[in-house]
Design a binder for this molecule. Structure first.
Ligand code: NI
Length: 140
C-alpha cells in the first residue's frame, strides 16, 4: 500500500456562532471567533490517497485528477468565500475546523467513484490547518 498526500490552499472567512446559545453564551464559548463580522483564515488542506501503484505508469494516481476533484468540489466553492453564508452545509452547521473537515471529506467521498472508481485508489484522510497552532485530521 502506498499513500500519497497533496497540499492545497484556500482562503475563507467564518464566524463561529450557534443558534443553540445566547449571544453571551456564544461570546463565552467562541471568544474572538464569535466576532459579528467574521474573520479570515488561510487554510491549508492536505488530501491523502492510498492504494497500489500502477506498475505500468509507476504512479498511484494522476495528481491532475486529484487536483480537479479537489478544485471542483472544495476550492471553487470555498476559496475567497464566507463559509457561513456561501457554503450550503454551513447554513445550520458551525464552521469550526472540525466541521469544515467533515464537509470536505464528505464532498470528496461523494465524488470519489466518479474520479477514482475503477482504480481501487481510496481516500485515506484529510488534514486542515487553520492556523499555525490548529490542525484537524480525519482518517477515512
Ligand atoms: Ni476562525
Amino acid at each position: 500500500m502506498t499513500r500519497l498526500t497533496r497540499r492545497y490552499r484556500f482562503s475563507a472567512s467564518h464566524r463561529l456562532h450557534t443558534a443553540s446559545l445566547t449571544e453571551e453564551g456564544n461570546r463565552e464559548l467562541y471568544g474572538k471567533c464569535n466576532y459579528p463580522y467574521g474573520h479570515g483564515h488561510n487554510y491549508e488542506l492536505e488530501v491523502s490517497v492510498r492504494g497500489n501503484v500502477d506498475p505500468s505508469s509507476g504512479m498511484l494516481v494522476r495528481v491532475e485528477d486529484l487536483d480537479k476533484l479537489v478544485a471542483g468540489r472544495v476550492i471553487r466553492d470555498m476559496d475567497h468565500r464566507d463559509l457561513n453564508g456561501d457554503v450550503v452545509e454551513f447554513a445550520r452547521l458551525v464552521p469550526t475546523t472540525e466541521n469544515l473537515a467533515e464537509v470536505v471529506r464528505s464532498r470528496l467521498k461523494a465524488a470519489w467513484a466518479g474520479t477514482f472508481g475503477a482504480s481501487g485508489v481510496e481516500l485515506d484522510g484529510i488534514r486542515i490547518r487553520e492556523t499555525g497552532k490548529n490542525i484537524v485530521e480525519l482518517r477515512s
